[in-house]
Write a new protein. Structure first.
Length: 364
């Protein structure tokens, strides 16, 4: 009888152990699923930030803020090598520490990590101890994880997280941080094109207008505030003839005079750039094509009635040099989030191949 009771108790105990193991596995699976959902949500938030109409630098800063908030990180710093120097793209660390943070690749403790592409974890053991890379930062950080960043096997910088506590990252799931690191790399890769466009914008020396690249970077943030906009490209069709017959001085004066007339007659809300050579682009953000046709016809007439003289040559010659610019316009509708560079290319091809004497307002 006693033996039977013992056997029953053993069976119950075994059953309870098995049950607890099953519950533990289910909880673990649930936690893993919850962590996956959380990571997916964060990735989605990253993608939302990438799609925002803000500068590339602002996107990196917002992503860093998201990392700090979502993963409860004390300090997070993203450093990128731009081809010439290391630049802190985002950090919530006081700027007085930035000089040391952007030179971590030079520190012996991180050199192997940079070379091997393997993260490096460092922590202090005593309260009065500081991390090897710290100079005058007593008490700020007691542990840190350093992640080298690579795009297509090319080293482009690093991400470092820090904590004011010793051994803060001992139990942190490094696989999660590896996913976060890959997300940072993906974002850096995605916005690299935008960053390039924003950095290569130039100011035309004759007209003071932005170059064409302005449209595709900074300008696009303004344009995409509206569902549709009107893109107008015009060409000074006789500029090459003016340069050939009368010289580049009066040709330059023609470009300057035409651009000044346009600038004086359009709202500062609209985008006006020197596209290339004799071609210019005006973007009427949020305006339908029908609404700009009268203005463009009027401005075309005004410009083509303008007489441009070469004052320098006219002082030395009895034959007064005087030219009149001729313009050809092509306009089309731009739809938000579509390829504006394809649209401007299409307008450019039309104007380059149009007859020299064409002067109508062309809807493409």
């Amino acid at each position: 009888m006693v033996l039977a009771v013992i056997i029953i108790l053993i069976i119950i105990i075994i059953a309870l152990i098995v049950y607890n193991l099953l519950i533990h596995k289910r909880l673990q699976a649930s936690n893993n699923m919850g962590e996956q959902v959380r990571n997916l949500n964060i990735v989605q938030e990253f993608m939302n930030i990438v799609g925002e109409e803000i500068s590339a630098d602002e996107k990196i800063q917002k992503i860093n803020e998201t990392l700090i908030r979502k993963y409860n990180i004390k300090y997070s710093t993203i450093v990128v090598f731009d081809g010439a120097e290391y630049i802190i793209k985002a950090s919530n660390v006081d700027q007085k520490h930035w000089e040391s943070l952007k030179n971590l690749h030079k520190e012996e403790i991180f050199k192997e990590s940079v070379t091997s592409a393997i993260p490096k974890y460092v922590t202090t053991e005593r309260d009065n101890e500081i991390l090897p890379y710290q100079k005058q930062e007593f008490g700020r950080a007691k542990s840190a994880m350093f992640f080298p960043l690579y795009i297509d096997n090319i080293y482009i910088g690093y991400w470092i997280i820090e904590s004011g506590e010793k051994h803060a990252f001992d139990t942190l799931d490094t696989t999660i941080l590896e996913v976060v690191k890959q997300n940072i790399i993906s974002v850096l890769k995605t916005i690299n094109y935008q960053n390039t466009l924003e950095s290569i914008v130039r100011i035309d020396q004759f007209t003071g207008l932005n170059s064409a690249e302005y449209i595709y970077g900074i300008g696009k943030r303004t344009i995409d505030k509206y569902t549709t906009s009107t893109v107008c490209m015009f060409r000074i069709t006789n500029l090459e003839e003016i340069n050939e017959k009368f010289g580049r001085n009066i040709g330059n004066e023609t470009v300057i005079k035409v651009s000044n007339i346009i600038k004086a007659n359009i709202s500062s809300e609209y985008i006006f750039v020197r596209y290339m050579g004799p071609k210019f682009v005006i973007i009427f953000s949020g305006v339908e094509t029908d609404s700009v046709s009268k203005f463009l016809n009027d401005i075309k007439q005004y410009v083509e009635e303008t007489k441009i003289v070469d004052n320098e040559k006219n002082k030395k010659s009895k034959n007064k040099i005087q030219v009149t610019p001729k313009l050809n316009f092509a306009i089309s509708t731009y739809y938000k989030e579509t390829g504006i560079e394809k649209l401007t290319k299409k307008l450019e091809e039309y104007l380059d191949n149009a007859p020299k004497d064409e002067s109508a307002l062309n809807y493409i």
